[in-house]
Design a protein around this ligand. Structure first.
Ligand SMILES: *Cc1c(COP(=O)(O)O)cnc(C)c1O
Length: 433
């Protein structure tokens, strides 16, 4: 199977190139040239299958011609070290918990699959691959933990000094091994500029086989479809199914739509956002108008120009009408989100994080108008990740999961660097040899 650019369906590359490049040269996003189809009997067998089996079958459908089965097994095993349970919160309202990975958010699935695949490419070419990643917090921790101890890979995380939370910083500065953290005496934008500039230096890029672990990478999208299958396997199928996806860059929703196109019988999707409502407003008006993002309590969704929008359009062949029939969009304020967290807790003692709460709100609003459905909202992060917001509205202390506590007791190791490119360029070879 080849992968084409959303900007030009005639520009096709092999999986390896799509994964190593991340973005197409014309700035389009890569999409699979055909979407694998799963049979009715496979769908019916889902409740009897393990998460690993499901992941393996879905991954094989995209990778099999290019990656040996044994390697796909290994990559899926590395990815699915934890489950994605469905937990009922109210009648016909369930949470799909995607936070059981090492960094307590769904991004662990995509980052771990990408790490497994890049590890395979590194071994195959017998050359180390270096992943450069700029982070404002969460991406760095998911990527660093995913690549930790993956042979043939090294990760350099650049983060702005004093601008990430202590818990976030601990998750990528205490690992050691093949993970190096650079603390930049500047802003996130400085970190991003340093990474971009490094990629523009052909010699440097070539010498260290630099690549990025950007969230638009097709290898991060494919594994995100696994858990829609896993969710479906855990549901009662007497009613049509709706899934509500709290969204920022819309990778998660795109993966759900992909699963549906593969044959998974999800009847409807909900695009739920905070006040950064670009997509809900597009669904209402047919006009896509990006704008600067606004800060909210569900900050991983503070996105003013959703990067996967091109993929959404592509999945519907740019047919606005079809897109609108398949997806409902709703946006919610921080006040509404807080109230929802309170209400869910007081009704069921379930604790949502602010992102999951936005998904919950979207689902409840949809079910009011469509009571025949049964629904799931994605709980994309563990509430302990947003403990300040959560403990403000819920009358209990949120327990810190053991894996987060373990990070907190580790010792921070990072190298402080200035914002100029020359110092970074000089330092890089000393870190990587
Ligand atoms: C990244 C993130 C989101 C948004 O996901 P997209 O795929 O960008 O729409 C939602 N919730 C949490 C906790 C996240 O980290």
């Amino acid at each position: 199977m080849k992968f084409y650019s959303t900007n030009n369906r005639n520009h096709k590359v092999e999986l390896r190139q799509a994964v190593i490049q991340g973005l197409a040269p014309d700035n389009g996003l890569y999409m699979p040239e055909t979407i694998p189809q799963f049979s009715q009997s496979f769908i019916k067998s889902l409740p009897q299958r393990t998460f690993h089996e499901i992941g393996f079958e879905v991954a094989k459908a995209f990778l099999s011609a290019k990656v040996p089965d044994q390697e796909i097994e290994r990559i899926v095993t590395h990815t699915l070290q934890f489950d994605a349970p469905v937990v009922e919160v109210a009648p016909d309202v369930a949470a799909l918990e995607l936070f059981h990975g090492p960094t307590l958010a769904f991004k662990d699935f995509g980052a771990r699959f990408l790490a497994g695949l890049l590890g395979y490419y590194a071994r195959q070419q017998d050359r180390e691959i270096t992943i450069l990643v700029a982070t404002s917090g969460d991406t760095g921790s998911a990527v660093a933990n995913a690549f930790l101890n993956v042979p043939g890979t090294r990760v350099v995380v650049l983060y702005p000094k004093g601008k990430v939370s202590v818990a976030q910083e601990k998750q990528f500065t205490t690992l050691g091994g093949n993970i190096t953290a650079l603390e930049v005496a500047g802003t996130f934008d400085d970190c991003q500029r340093l990474v971009k500039q490094a990629f523009l230096e052909a010699e440097l890029k070539q010498k260290f086989f630099l690549t990025s672990a950007n969230s638009i990478n097709i290898a991060r999208l494919i594994p995100q479809s696994f858990y829609y299958f896993r969710a479906y396997a855990q549901l009662n199928h007497n009613k049509p199914v709706v899934v509500s996806v709290p969204s920022g860059n819309f990778g998660n929703l795109t993966a759900g739509l992909l699963a549906k196109k593969m044959g998974l019988p999800i009847n409807h999707f909900i695009a739920a956002t905070n006040v950064n409502d670009i997509v809900p407003s597009y669904l209402k008006t047919g006009v896509f108008s990006p704008k600067p993002s606004v800060q909210t309590i569900s900050n991983a969704m503070d996105v003013g120009n959703p990067s996967n929008f091109a993929r959404l359009l592509d999945l519907f062949n740019n047919e606005y009408k079809e897109l609108r029939e398949s997806i409902s969009g709703y946006a919610f304020s921080d006040a509404e989100t807080r109230t929802a967290m309170q209400q869910v807790y007081s009704k069921s003692t379930y604790i949502t994080d602010p992102h999951g709460a936005v998904g919950y709100l979207g689902l409840v609003q949809f079910l009011k108008a469509n009571p025949a459905y049964t629904g799931v909202f994605l709980e994309t992060a563990h509430p302990a990740k947003f403990v300040d917001v959560v403990e403000d509205v819920v009358p209990v202390e949120v327990e810190l999961p053991e894996r987060l506590q373990k990070f907190m007791s580790g010792e921070k190791q990072s190298v402080l660097i200035p914002t100029g490119f020359d110092a970074f360029k000089e330092l890089l070879p000393t870190l990587l040899t």
